[in-house]
Design a protein around this ligand. Structure first.
Ligand code: SAM
Length: 452
């Protein structure tokens, strides 16, 4: 078997795994590329086919469904995704000759499933090509690449028109890192450290301290981070910097809670930005994640907490809380294109309810005058600004008031109501960041006491 067929077969298997969940696109791609011995060009092509097929997945699946007599639900997923990947190459990529796309797809289906699958794929793709010959060949409309509830969630981007938003998240995401240790907030040392490991052409991003790696090959070896840097999207880093600045207001005696700390990318930023003397407590529901966090960030108290169920700290325990809340992650659609395939409409209701409980329980631990920074990497209105309004309108929310955020390193991310929404249009910005929403609330001082 030709090596090209072998590697494309692995791409198709990866697509099937990602579409089924819970394997993420990055993990699946690493599985394909690791030890493959592929040239940089072939690596880039596999990456393009995998991510492109997922980005255009909803529209291409519909097209494939229309062509299959039994429909996609009753067809082997390997055949379905072989056809999706081939359709992506024929209709969007348009870099590979048609006959080569069909030939490889047929060989992949035959190799992974059997001769009958090869015949089926051949028949479907020949019909597809005949249909394409009779009219102009067009890529699926951007809006058709999202399920309806994500299209509706674009309303959270305010004035951004639907087709601009839909196009924006079909774009690729840059590989971005920020410094740690000696490279923290020192871009020139960070760029030198990257160059020393062979990464040439890295450049400073729009958010001070972040560095965009060159396209193609920049990600390899940087996924996990080092003592000098850690992968972090510019918007995520901007939110972490915001948290550092807001916590600094409370001085060195500030008691910080990173409530949904995950593996600690933002906790690490807080530790670097606030110094060793500030007390930081990191909690998360996932104890495995907290183990990774403790390895990444020393000198942090960790505790496994389900914030929907409990408030394990006394009232008033913290001066500053970063609540990087669980959410749909729609704002990361560029780097996690599979979200459009694996999330469900009802997930949004579950997430919104969960966020209210997490917000109410974490807010209880805030000291009078203390500030909670709420952040989500999504644009869905119900999970973003409305989450704060709902909380403020609720009974526990009566003790709190909204706080306008300080100015933002990227002016267009500032909202008129004092929140941030980090939307980038890739037609305007060459390396678009993820979309984060950030807003803050302060616990009112009890009546009769004066704020210090
Ligand atoms: C957006 S991620 C946090 C990312 C992290 N702050 C970072 O910068 O790497 C949300 C986190 O919330 C955690 N989580 C989900 N449900 C939770 C709950 N009920 N209580 C506490 N943490 C929860 C998840 O495990 C996940 O790590």
């Amino acid at each position: 078997m030709k090596s090209g067929v072998k590697i494309r077969s692995r791409v198709v298997e990866a697509l099937v795994d990602v579409a089924k969940g819970p394997v993420g696109s990055q993990e699946a791609l690493n599985g394909v590329l690791q030890g493959s011995g592929l040239s940089p060009q072939d690596r880039a092509l596999c990456t393009e086919i995998l991510y492109g097929s997922l980005r255009y997945g909803p529209a291409l699946l519909k097209a494939v469904d229309n062509r299959l007599r039994k429909g996609i639900a009753s067809t082997d997923p390997i055949i379905v995704w072989t056809l999706v990947a081939a359709n992506y190459q024929l209709r969007v990529l348009e870099r590979i000759p048609d006959h080569a796309v069909v030939h490889t797809a047929v060989a992949v289906a035959r190799h992974l499933v059997g001769p009958h699958a090869g015949k089926l794929v051949n028949g479907v793709l020949r019909t597809e090509l005949r249909a394409m010959e009779s009219g102009p060949r067009t890529a699926p409309a951007p809006e058709s690449c999202y399920p309806g509830y994500i299209r509706r969630a674009f309303a959270g981007l305010g004035d951004v028109n639907l087709s601009v938003a839909a196009k924006a998240y079909l774009h690729g995401a840059p590989h971005t890192v920020r410094g740690r240790g000696r490279c923290f907030s020192d871009v020139s040392t960070l760029v030198e450290a990257l160059e020393a490991t062979g990464v040439k052409g890295a450049r400073e991003g729009r958010v001070p301290g972040s560095v965009i790696l060159p396209r193609g090959g920049g990600a390899v070896g940087t996924e996990a981070g080092t003592t000098d840097w850690i992968p972090q999207d510019e918007a995520s880093w901007a939110v972490a910097q915001l948290a550092i600045d807001m916590a600094k207001e409370f001085g060195p005696s500030c008691r910080v809670l990173d409530a949904c700390a995950g593996r600690g990318v933002k906790t690490d930023a807080l530790r670097h930005g606030l110094g060793e003397e500030v007390s930081i407590t990191a909690t998360d529901i996932g104890s495995r994640k907290l183990k990774d966090l403790a390895e990444l960030v020393p000198n942090v108290t960790t505790r496994s907490v389900d914030w929907t169920a409990t408030t394990p700290f006394e009232e008033g325990s913290f001066d500053f809380i970063l609540l990087d809340s669980p959410c749909s992650g729609f704002g990361t659609l560029r780097r996690r294109p599979e979200i459009r395939l694996i999330s469900r409409r009802r997930d949004l209701d579950v997430l919104m309810e969960m966020q209210q409980k997490v917000l109410a329980n974490t807010a209880k631990t805030l000291a009078p005058g203390g500030v909670l920074l709420f952040a989500v990497c999504t644009f869905s209105p119900g999970e973003a600004g409305e989450a704060i309004s709902r909380f403020l309108a609720s009974e526990p929310g009566a003790d709190f008031e909204p706080v306008g955020l300080p100015s933002c390193p990227v002016g267009s991310w500032e909202q008129a109501d004092g929140t941030w929404l980090t939307f980038d249009d890739p037609e305007v910005v060459s390396d678009p960041a993820d979309t984060f929403f950030a807003g803050a609330i302060r616990r009112r001082q009890p009546q009769g006491s004066s704020a210090s």
